[in-house]
Design a protein around this ligand. Structure first.
Ligand SMILES: NC(=O)c1ccc[n+]([C@@H]2O[C@H](COP(=O)([O-])OP(=O)(O)OC[C@H]3O[C@@H](n4cnc5c(N)ncnc54)[C@H](O)[C@@H]3O)[C@@H](O)[C@H]2O)c1
Length: 315
């Protein structure tokens, strides 16, 4: 069935890939973004599609956002707009509260008012904090270490409360480390893969914090876009949370070795002291996403990195 899906944060990294995936599947997409960190260029393909409508709008403008929801009456809202930088959430907790919690309430209220039956929410592995063991199951302890993680957890709870009180379906997607084309490498807290590739492309040494044995679960943005589409469109889904990850634990040293293979002369990375608050191990269990809506990642890290390096060298 073709659905009408409103995507907030549509001009961002994950939002633009999710939009492209949904359009490709034949759905009608209303993209909302204020270009805080997103780029119009990310929507180059979507903007040529007659099934795409773009609204330049700040989700914090409650009445304007609610009006858009009332005007289009989507079947699903995929809420991805957020302040994504953990250090920025620490430096500016009020802005974090506005962009990562109050926007969620705005989305939930607009959905309730205009009878939108489903919300898919961009949550994060940050809700787990520093886990005691891996792979992390969804019912593991949630002890966020930043205002960013706390706001994601509070947003999940708010949305699940709306789900139980107002009968909508809410899917909270706990993404792990997402990588792929259109990820911005410009800050030291951007995705480590985009930073490493950017350094390799300029023949500059990468910086590794600590001993490089800290691990992450890297998932391709194409898999994440497919997981969002499944959560948005699978019929008969119940509300719940799910890790969106690969269940493969990769250290930064291993990642560096994989990435440097594509470059004949890679400078030796610089090892600097570890950053306070950096978590040691991260890797999620994939069982629940598979049982709930049939999602399993398909793109191996080796394949995803080769593809990304090729795209970077073409640009
Ligand atoms: N990239 C990751 O590894 C990762 C991991 C876990 C969770 N997430 C979550 O996924 C979502 C998307 O992240 P991303 O990596 O694509 O980041 P991004 O910065 O590329 O995308 C966020 C988008 O939201 C837009 N936006 C921000 N505030 C807005 C507002 N008030 N009104 C309208 N638009 C607004 C930005 O302009 C941007 O286009 C976020 O909610 C983020 O917290 C990302």
């Amino acid at each position: 069935m073709r659905l009408k899906i409103l995507v907030t944060g549509a001009a961002g990294f994950i939002g633009s890939h999710t939009t492209d995936h949904l359009l490709h599947a034949g759905h009608f997409v209303i993209g909302v973004d204020n270009f805080r960190t997103g780029k119009r260029a990310n929507l180059a393909s979507a903007l040529t599609n007659p099934k795409f409508i773009f609204c330049e709008l700040d989700v914090t403008e409650e009445s304007a956002f609610t009006e858009i929801v009332g005007q289009y009456r989507p079947d699903v809202i995929v809420h991805l707009a957020a302040l994504v930088s953990v250090p920025e959430s620490i430096a500016n907790p009020a802005l974090n509260d506005l962009l990562n919690f109050r926007t969620t309430r705005t989305v939930a209220e607009a959905a309730r008012l205009h009878l939108v039956p489903r919300i898919v929410f961009a949550s994060s592995a940050a809700v787990y904090g520093d886990p005691t063991h891996t792979p992390i199951p969804e019912n593991g302890p949630t002890l966020p270490l930043s205002p960013y993680g706390s706001a994601k957890l509070a947003s999940e709870n708010l949305l699940l409360e709306y789900a139980s009180r107002h009968g909508l379906v809410v899917r909270c997607q706990r993404y792990f480390n997402v990588y792929g084309p259109r990820q911005d490498p410009s800050s030291s807290y951007s995705g480590v893969i985009s930073i490493f590739l950017d350094r390799l492309g300029r023949n500059l040494p990468a910086t590794i914090f600590g001993d490089g044995e800290q691990t992450r679960d890297f998932i391709s943005v194409y898999d994440v876009a497919r997981a969002n589409a499944l959560a948005a469109t699978a019929p008969g889904l119940a509300s719940g949370v799910a890790n969106i990850c690969t269940e493969k634990e990769v250290s930064l040293n291993q990642l560096w070795q994989l990435l440097r293979q594509g470059f004949s002369e890679a400078p030796v990375p610089l090892h600097v002291p570890e950053r306070p608050g950096d978590i040691r191990r991260s890797c999620g269990s994939t069982a629940l996403a598979h049982d709930s809506f049939g999602f399993r990642s398909r793109i191996s890290l080796e394949h995803g990195l080769r593809d990304l390096a090729r795209q970077c060298s073409i640009e």
